[in-house]
Ligand binder design. Structure first.
Ligand SMILES: [Zn+2]
Ligand SMILES: [Zn+2]
Length: 349
């Protein structure tokens, strides 16, 4: 059996777990709809860090990496629309297609996903040289696309979804709470559209500066500044029309409900499984505000994200902090991530 290097997750009930570099068997096609992919680039996600800290579930002994692209190496007998050498991006969230949510067009809420099916979290993913995936987890990419840039398509598809849910208009003052990788990727999309003011709220100096570099008009640091007062000043007393909470803890949710304008939309994007926040229902009723969730994305958001990368609309160079060989994923990759002085780190097998 041929072997390959892979970053494998080992669960520990107390600490969460650890990731090890191991020689494992190269996977083989077992079903007609399977495709063997040679991974070309695989991005580290904040979720990978959460898994290691025990803040996100994952299957023991699984190859992590859910944001990845590759080329087709081998195809199962039922594959008619892919050929060897085609470039693909992986949609890691496997959907069933038959549950009530899938049939209502809400495939991002597929009931089958709740069982834990995501490639790179619950099934083997992209921190390896090869991966076998079903055809319906793959989107074909244009031949001309840059594969390192393309490794941002998966997180970008979630940002596209969030932007669509927010329904941002020219006359909106937009606030993004949290300038971590996802907050910054969402910012990159919003910046491409005409709006009034784009404001980033972030406690970390490096990330706040990055938000400005990516085009935020203002950065507010809640550690040193009065957020409500600053928003009032910047928006001439109007408040925030669209707020994207890319953090998702009680503090950020409650902060949003102190700066929202009448008629505002609050989009909950960041996830914390245990957060519980206070809210006055009448603040929603009296000023006709909306609170909405944005969870991963629809297949069409993936298609849009592919176009945004292929047409170089998104400035990926500002979003990619480092490109490292897979064998440095622990020593370099996860360490840079822990220091928070980064947007995306791309591993190359
Ligand atoms: Zn991710
Ligand atoms: Zn389903």
């Amino acid at each position: 059996m041929k072997k390959m290097l892979a970053a494998v997750f080992h669960k520990d009930e107390k600490s969460g777990g650890e990731i090890n570099l191991e020689e494992v068997d190269v996977p083989q096609i077992k079903k007609g709809d399977h495709v063997l992919i040679e991974v070309k680039a695989s991005s580290i996600c904040g979720t990978d860090l959460k898994i290691l800290k025990g803040g996100h579930p994952a299957t023991d002994n699984t190859i992590l990496g859910h944001e990845f692209v590759g080329v087709v190496k081998e195809i199962g007998e039922n594959i008619i629309d892919l050929k060897i050498g085609d470039k693909i991006v992986v949609d890691p969230n496997e959907k069933c297609g038959y549950c009530i949510n899938c049939r209502r067009g809400l495939s991002n809420l597929c009931e089958y996903m709740a069982l834990g099916t995501t490639f790179g979290i619950f099934q083997n993913g992209g921190f390896a040289k090869y991966c076998v995936l079903p055809r319906n987890a793959l989107f074909k990419l244009p031949d001309s696309i840059d594969m390192i840039a393309a490794s941002l398509i998966e997180p970008l598809s979630c940002a596209v979804h969030c932007h669509n849910i927010a329904d941002v208009k020219e006359s909106d003052n937009v606030v993004i709470i949290g300038a971590g990788p996802m907050g910054l990727i969402i910012e990159s999309i919003i910046r491409k559209h005409p709006i009034k003011k784009l404001i980033s709220i972030e406690i970390d100096q490096w990330r706040g500066q990055k938000a400005l570099e990516l085009g935020a008009d203002h950065w507010i640091n809640p550690k040193t500044q009065d957020v409500k007062k600053e928003i009032q000043n910047i928006t001439n007393g109007e408040g925030a029309d669209v707020i994207i909470d890319a953090v998702g803890i009680a503090d950020t949710f409650e902060m949003a409900t102190k700066i929202w304008a009448p008629g505002a939309r609050l989009i909950c994007f960041g996830q914390d499984y245990n957060a519980e926040a206070k809210i006055k229902p009448n603040d929603i009723v009296r000023y006709q505000r909306k609170i909405m969730g944005s969870y991963i994305g629809y297949p069409e958001d993936f298609l849009d994200a592919i176009e945004l990368i292929a047409n170089k609309v998104i400035e990926v160079d500002k979003l990619i902090t480092a490109k490292i060989p897979l064998d440095e994923i622990i020593t370099t990759g996860f360490n840079i991530m822990k220091e928070k002085k980064c947007v995306k780190i791309i591993t190359l097998p």
